[in-house]
Design a binder for this molecule. Structure first.
Ligand code: MRU
Length: 347
């Protein structure tokens, strides 16, 4: 069943987003008309998930330049660079944002001899193409990944990797969705994903919408479930994968990978090729976003700690490639040797 909701859509001359900070209690669609609003929506996680951030940023560049009156290509491209830097400052870890920015920039330079109005049109078309490609890519990831799922499988997933985090279908979520559509009897364990509860709020919402059986667990229950034979596979998404396969994803992913390894449970990462960063050799060099302490010291807006409690809140962690069974991509399943097999994906 293809999800009927869309996290992001382009309508006439602006973006419409499903505000993910309000889910699951309220389904609020908001208009996004300016690049400043795109930056804010990404920063505040109204739009979130690596591929969705890239798609939104691509539209954001168009919103930034559509009314710009530059005299020539040189001053226009200076403005583009300024906007790219601005959007990249919103969230550092997901590589899809800078991947989309690079693609926009390459297209602009390939068309530098055209008049500026035409180039603006081309920017919008490129954003629409990135969006449409991501929908096709995520479908393919689901179709390929479904083959790994056995009938009766109990699958553990982390954070949110569904249509909300992508153009459509999702990544890890797409595998689950396609396995369900292929009539496999699956049960999904959804962990809460502290502190912002992408699992409890968003993945649970998406699984309910798509009528897939699931149960919510606390993050700390995962180990006990694995140790008592209640998990057959773990599938997660990724925000940035280095050339050797080290994977940055939502905080808590690393702990799940180590637990899966300890319990001989396959651990898969599902992602589009746009989430690989071959410029980074290993995970050590991946920049990890640190978010406000209040996300931990408060529950929503209610304080849950003694006054002045300090907290450290990294939003992502890096899972060393040795804990990963395979990568599920639109071009197939990548097994070790990751360094060699990832690089051959891009030949
Ligand atoms: O902080 P978030 O909610 O943007 O984190 C999202 C994740 O970590 C996802 O697992 C990842 O972006 C892959 S989404 C297909």
């Amino acid at each position: 069943m293809k999800p009927t909701y869309e996290a992001i859509s382009w309508q006439d001359d602006h973006l419409v987003i499903l505000d993910q900070t309000q889910l699951p209690l309220r389904e609020i669609y908001s208009d996004v008309n300016t690049i400043g609003q795109v930056w804010e929506a990404i920063k505040k996680l109204k739009i979130r998930g690596a591929p969705a951030i890239g798609i939104a940023a691509a539209y954001g560049i168009y919103l930034g330049v559509k009314d710009l009156e530059s005299r020539n290509f040189t001053s226009f491209s200076v403005e583009i660079d300024r906007w790219i830097e601005y959007l990249e400052s919103s969230r550092p870890t997901a590589v899809n944002l800078s991947w989309a920015m690079k693609r926009i920039k390459q297209t602009i330079f390939a068309n530098k001899d055209k008049d500026l109005d035409k180039i603006k049109e081309i920017i919008l078309d490129t954003a629409k193409t990135i969006h449409a490609e991501d929908k096709r890519t995520c479908k393919k990831i689901g179709e390929i990944g479904s083959k790994l799922v056995k009938n009766g499988a109990k699958i553990l997933t982390h954070c949110n990797t569904g249509a909300l985090a992508t153009g459509a279908y999702g990544t890890a979520f797409s595998v689950i969705l396609h396995a369900h559509d292929d009539n496999k009897e699956i049960n999904v364990w959804v962990d809460e994903t502290r502190p912002l509860l992408q699992g409890a709020r968003l993945t649970a919402w998406e699984l309910q919408k798509t009528e897939i059986p699931f149960k919510l667990i606390t993050d700390s229950a995962a180990g006990a479930l694995m140790n008592t034979g209640q998990v057959d596979m773990v599938i997660v998404g990724a925000d940035r994968v280095a050339a050797n396969g080290d994977t940055a994803n939502k905080i808590g992913t690393y702990s799940l990978a180590v637990l899966a390894n300890e319990n001989d449970i396959p651990f898969y990462v599902a992602l589009p090729l746009s989430s690989f960063d071959l410029n980074i050799e290993s995970g050590v060099k991946i920049k990890i976003e640190e978010r406000d302490a209040e996300e931990i010291t408060q529950f929503g807006t209610t304080p849950i700690t003694p006054k002045k409690t300090d907290a450290y809140n990294p939003a992502f962690d890096v899972t060393p490639h040795k804990y990963i069974t395979g990568f599920i991509t639109e071009n197939g399943i990548i097994k070790p040797d990751f360094k060699k097999n990832i690089s051959s994906l891009f030949d």
